[in-house]
Design a protein around this ligand. Structure first.
Ligand SMILES: NC(=O)c1ccc[n+]([C@@H]2O[C@H](COP(=O)([O-])OP(=O)(O)OC[C@H]3O[C@@H](n4cnc5c(N)ncnc54)[C@H](OP(=O)(O)O)[C@@H]3O)[C@@H](O)[C@H]2O)c1
Length: 322
């Protein structure tokens, strides 16, 4: 295997593995679901529309009649929907080899979810934080399982010193759609690294890794497409940007390459990491800040009311004496 030019041909057989992928009906998530299903994994497409999920499932079945794909609904902007998903999943499955937190929205106008969270932070970070927490026992009890977070180059736009690194908006005051997206993508990486630290602290075999696709034309730009300059450039964007199939390679490698280690981050190898073969890359300096990650974790637990069994160093001590 040439690790510098990793491709789907290098992806090991996935038979016997169970994978949940949020947003597996579209774009990068669809390509990832397809790649894992064609390699023999049982893939659960976790999406908010049963109709879209079934359409994606049928498309994959056209490539392989024996592919194992199920569709289950989840709305990441609604904690009760996430709880229902987790309950139903745990009734049906006893292992979870790969949880890929892939679903996302980008630069949406200000909106609050049913739980009162700003919608990008809710979909991209809080929803996945809650889902991972609710599935944690199953993940930890599955040998060599992985949690894979799909982040973005955009996380690098948030630096220490340019205002609050992560904001949880309660109203539209000061809300900037793209900045809020960048913050949610930084949250994805802070969460990944903190989860990995806790896996290590508790001696879990599970690992947490992150990936970013570079850039690709998918439905992610739906909130921008009405802008005249975007409409003007769209034909060019479509041709120039890598296909979702090649852009999804980083997250596929992060989830399947046996040499991957917890806490690693993958992205394309080419110019500005916009395209290319998937390799290990570095995330921003701020993303490695363990204090920020702990603060984010604590606040995310408060907001979602989901307590992880793998607490921080202090709660580990109290668990041990409990
Ligand atoms: N494309 C890029 O250039 C790029 C660059 C950097 C990072 N990323 C990241 O890649 C990931 C996948 O994006 P994509 O490009 O494949 O975009 P996409 O084609 O728009 O797919 C996003 C998926 O997320 C789902 N989703 C959105 N809100 C949801 C909710 N509340 N509950 C459940 N599912 C929800 C969408 O469902 P519906 O189909 O129902 O809307 C869709 O399946 C995202 O995390 C994004 O931030 C993409």
């Amino acid at each position: 295997m040439n690790r510098g030019r990793w491709s789907l041909a290098d992806m090991p057989d996935q038979a016997g593995k169970v994978m949940v992928i949020t947003g597996g009906n579209s774009g990068l998530g669809f390509e990832t679901a397809k790649a894992f299903a064609l390699k023999g994994a049982h893939v659960i497409i976790a999406c908010r529309s049963m109709e879209k999920g079934e359409k994606a499932r049928n498309k994959i079945l056209q490539e392989s009649r024996v592919a194992k794909i199920s569709v289950m609904t989840i709305d990441l902007t609604d904690l009760s929907s996430i709880r229902r998903f987790a309950e139903k999943f745990k009734q049906q499955y006893f292992r979870l080899d790969i949880l890929m937190n892939n679903a996302g929205i980008m630069a949406s106008p200000f909106a609050l979810t049913i739980d009162g969270f700003e919608s990008q932070m809710a979909t991209n970070h809080l929803g996945h934080f809650a889902l991972t927490g609710l599935l944690l026992d199953t993940i930890i009890n599955t040998p060599n399982s992985r949690v894979v977070m799909v982040s973005s180059l955009a996380h690098k736009m948030i630096r220490n010193g340019n205002g609050n690194s992560i904001s949880f908006f309660k109203d539209s005051n000061g809300y900037k759609p793209f900045r809020a997206y960048c913050q949610s993508k930084l949250a994805n990486i802070l969460f990944t690294y903190e989860l990995q630290r806790r896996f290590e602290l508790y001696g879990c075999q599970s690992i947490a890794v992150a990936a970013h696709p570079g850039a690709s034309y998918t439905h992610l730009g739906r909130f921008q497409e009405s802008k005249p300059w975007v409409r003007f450039l769209l034909p060019l964007i479509r041709v120039v940007l890598p296909t979702p199939q090649s852009a999804s390679l980083a997250q596929i490698r992060a989830a399947s390459d046996p040499t991957v280690k917890g806490g690693q981050y993958f992205g394309p190898s080419g110019l500005l990491q916009l395209a290319g073969y998937p390799v290990q890359v570095k995330s921003s300096e701020l993303s490695y800040n363990a204090e920020k990650a702990k603060e984010l974790w604590k606040y995310s637990e408060q907001l979602t009311n989901i307590r992880y069994r793998i607490g921080d160093v202090n709660s580990k001590a109290s668990l041990a004496t409990a």
